[in-house]
Design a binder for this molecule. Sequence first.
Ligand SMILES: C[S@@+](CC[C@H](N)C(=O)[O-])C[C@H]1O[C@@H](n2cnc3c(N)ncnc32)[C@H](O)[C@@H]1O
Length: 274
Amino acid sequence: MDQVSRFYGGPGGLVAAISSALDSAGLDRTQLRPADLAPVDEFHIRGRAASLEIVEALGLGAGSHVLDLGSGLGGPARTLAELTGCTITGVDLTPEFCEVATALSEWTGMAAHTRFRVGDATATGLPDGSVDGALTVHVAMNISDKPALYAEAFRVLRPGGRFVVYDVLQGEGGDVHYPVPWAHDSSTSFLATLDDMRELLPAAGFDVLSEVDSSDESLVWFRQMRARIERDGPPPVTFAAFLGDAFGQMAANQVANLAERRIRTVMYTCSRPL
Ligand SMILES: C[S@@+](CC[C@H](N)C(=O)[O-])C[C@H]1O[C@@H](n2cnc3c(N)ncnc32)[C@H](O)[C@@H]1O
């Protein structure tokens, strides 16, 4: 686990780095909307578009309380909070990401709706049945004990509540080309297959309402992102703020991983039976 949080947490100073990149681009931090930060804080394939699908799938309204397991820099949480009015607790292993997520919520006026705490998604410490909805986005790739992750989501969710999983799965095309945006090598990468997921989620107690494979859209998204950066240059802040220079190689590998069917992106909408 230390190895995972070391991969994501950089040398420190990420809040200041993002802040000065926004200042240099002439963006007023007090006027920011959550969507303005998507190139840096929606840290998953298909970015904000995928978060909008998750909002839809969760079907929650104002007054709901939601748990985001592995909340990163908080993009999905802020998107959900802004569009529904719900409140969200994010739990993430990487202390620096929790610090940045808290600052970004302050800048975008979302601080009253989100809080981010350092913790392990397989043991959050939240009370049983205490949340109306839960999500986990591109996190399980770093977690070897997937039964523990899904059991924890089931435990904290109230009966009738929904749990949305959007993750990267192992494809049929062979071993992943590393580095990727979640790991330098296979030592911290634990991809489930489609068949694994079809066992894991029901085994945790969930009813699986839908399984949507977006791998083709993911390939288009990565190609378009790379073409846009080549044409217009990068946006003021990107994942390179914390992934560093390796991000270029990671993005190129992801295009190959998707094109060669080595990875797949799949979203599951589940419910905890009443
Ligand atoms: C690729 S990022 C995704 C972040 C966020 N869900 C998003 O979509 O923008 C993966 C995140 O999972 C977190 N993570 C990995 N293993 C974890 C664990 N066992 N418990 C909590 N967070 C974890 C990392 O710290 C990182 O922030």
